[in-house]
Design a protein around this ligand. Structure first.
Ligand code: HCA
Length: 368
């Protein structure tokens, strides 16, 4: 990729060429405590996701409230290029709420992990299988694209998961999700689970990984799931979501692009603007060292780094800020060197000779 380091460290994996990413900022992202997007904000975020080139968005969870349902309906009616889906439990009233919204698809979710069966579903395993099949058939009969997510899949015995997936696949689900609901998967664990599930599904059934970031592994797990054979990964802008959040959209897209040279059809220059828009609307400030979009990602202070960056920025940057429509910044501070001072002066359309640069540096390092 022009403007990025060579990716020869990572193997080229041809099967990744066909993978896609979908966005769930307006559903799982908004489940971050305290976040409430207005209808206008949701429409604005959806518009920018379209500008990015996202192929699918999960627009919300219609049964949650009247406002939520109206927003999903509004977005579904805007005629965007992406596929719209909405979340639903395996309950008729939830599915009807999605149908009323006019989305293209539905994401049904249910859990068969022992913990969730006992303390959340309050059903037997067999009952959940039956209800899941009925829910898929009902949604399918209403013309929806049907995805089915096994919640808490990473704490569920793989034999139970496979049986559930086979039953919903036979009932008409076009995609099944492995949800790492509490973020306990590791990259190796996720890859091996994906391989097992992929091998037991009809090749036409799509497999999606939905990862949470409780151990900071959501992006790594999503990428490793795709490497293992998943077709789709879910993500949210800035990785926002419940608890420690979800796979971050910008990390996933740039990771696939730069580290694996996968040319997803995204307008990368939109990523940073999108991140700022969501940061503002969510009221959740992103950390300066947030990968890809944090303030410090293209700022350099250390003298050794700055000297090399001025000669060739890729010495200390994995890719150029211009790819994201951003600019690199040289920052003066206690770690600065002479060249940084001269570069800073040039940035300000001024000039200083070496002696002057040294005097300025003295002041910067030891206080004015
Ligand atoms: C949740 C449900 C879910 C569903 C994931 C998916 C999860 O707990 O809110 O759509 O595949 O993480 O299990 O977000």
């Amino acid at each position: 990729m022009p403007g990025a380091v060579s990716t020869s460290f990572n193997p080229k994996l041809d099967h990744l060429e066909g993978v896609t990413v979908y966005d769930t900022t307006l559903r799982d992202g908004e489940q971050a405590p305290g976040v409430r997007f207005t209808m206008g904000q949701k429409v604005e975020i959806a518009g920018m996701l379209e500008e990015l080139g996202i192929p699918e968005i999960e627009a919300g969870f219609p049964i949650v409230s009247r406002d939520e349902k109206s927003a999903v309906k509004e977005i579904a009616g805007l005629g965007h290029c992406f596929r719209t889906t909405a979340l639903s439990r395996i309950k008729k009233e939830d599915i009807d709420a999605v149908i009323d919204c006019g989305t293209d698809g539905i994401i049904l979710f249910a859990s068969v992990s022992p913990l969730h069966l006992k303390h959340k579903m309050h059903r037997t395993y067999e009952e959940v299988l039956e209800l899941s099949v009925e829910a898929v058939e009902y949604a399918k009969a209403h013309g929806l694209f049907v995805a089915f997510s096994a919640e808490d899949a990473t704490r569920t015995a793989s034999a139970s998961l496979i049986e559930l997936y086979k039953r919903v696949e036979d009932a008409g689900a076009s995609r099944v999700h492995i949800a790492d609901t509490v973020g306990v998967a590791t990259p190796r664990g996720m890859e091996s689970l994906v391989r097992k599930i992929r091998g037991s599904l009809d090749p036409k059934t799509q497999l999606c990984v939905h990862c949470h970031n409780d151990f900071g592994l959501a992006t790594a797990n999503a990428i490793q799931g795709l490497i293992g054979g998943a077709d789709v990964a879910a993500a949210t802008v800035n990785g926002m979501g419940e608890r420690a959040g979800n796979t971050s959209l910008e990390e996933l897209v740039m990771g696939l692009r730069v580290l694996y040279d996968i040319d997803l059809p995204f307008n990368l220059a939109v990523l940073s603007r999108l991140s700022r828009l969501v940061e503002r609307h969510a009221g959740i400030k992103i950390s300066p060292h947030k990968p890809i979009v944090g303030d410090n990602v293209f700022r350099h202070e250390s003298g050794i780094h700055v000297a090399a960056v001025l000669e060739n920025p890729l010495t200390y940057e994995p890719f150029s800020p211009e790819i994201l429509g951003l600019k690199r910044k040289i920052v003066l501070g206690k770690h600065s060197g002479r060249q940084a001072v001269q570069a800073k002066m040039e940035e300000l359309d001024a000039f200083c000779n070496i002696g002057e640069a040294e005097q300025i540096l003295e002041l910067v390092k030891n206080g004015l």
